[in-house]
Design a protein around this ligand. Structure first.
Ligand SMILES: CC(C)(COP(=O)(O)OP(=O)(O)OC[C@H]1O[C@@H](n2cnc3c(N)ncnc32)[C@H](O)[C@@H]1OP(=O)(O)O)[C@@H](O)C(=O)NCCC(=O)NCCS
Length: 156
């Protein structure tokens, strides 16, 4: 299946379809809508790396990575990290390996830039994506980011 999977940039041609992409209504509290992520990408150029996930011609998901940010936010620049900022797999497309593909694609981009770890944060609890991240090999760092827990995947 993965041979048909690809990432694509958001363009004028696919923008309308991109912002129509929705997770299950019951998951809406877990991840920002695509349109908000794209607005954030606009105000954080060079840091945000938004991409659509296509299976053949079918739009199945959206991801946004963050690249080389001052994670502690204390201005010292001693804690530079990259990782997954947003991940939205469309309601009817979950459980088919698209989320795994998205994480692997971000991992490849971070490796390409010389990084050796992928940071993510998520809402803890059984109704959230924690088991997905742990299944992929993420380990909790013990940190929090707002009301989210922070996890990290070591890249070899
Ligand atoms: C969480 C999410 C990104 C997972 O994407 P997905 O395409 O459904 O997951 P995949 O099919 O790639 O699953 C990869 C692996 O994780 C496992 N997995 C996925 N969700 C799981 C869950 N809720 N509980 C347990 N295992 C889970 C799968 O079984 C699979 O394991 P396998 O490869 O050994 O069979 C997706 O469901 C989603 O968009 N959820 C709503 C929004 C959200 O929570 N986003 C994350 C914000 S931080």
């Amino acid at each position: 299946m993965t041979s048909t999977l690809r990432l694509a940039e958001v363009t004028a041609a696919n923008f309308d379809a991109a912002i129509e992409l929705k997770v299950h209504p019951a998951q809406a509290h877990l991840v920002a809508p695509v349109v908000k992520s794209l607005a954030e990408a606009y105000v954080h150029p060079g840091v945000a790396w938004p991409r659509l996930i296509f299976d053949g011609d079918r739009l199945v998901g959206f991801l946004m990575a963050f690249l080389d940010i001052d994670f502690a936010g204390d201005g010292t620049g001693t804690d530079i990290r990259s990782g997954l900022w947003r991940l939205n797999i469309a309601a009817g497309e979950q459980g088919r390996g698209y989320g795994r593909f998205a994480v692997e694609a971000v991992a490849a981009e971070i490796r390409r830039r010389g990084g050796d770890r992928l940071t993510a944060s998520w809402h803890p609890g059984d109704d959230g994506p924690e088991r997905f991240y742990l299944r992929l090999g993420f380990r909790l760092t013990g940190e929090t980011s707002g009301d989210q827990v922070v996890g990290e995947l070591a890249l070899d």
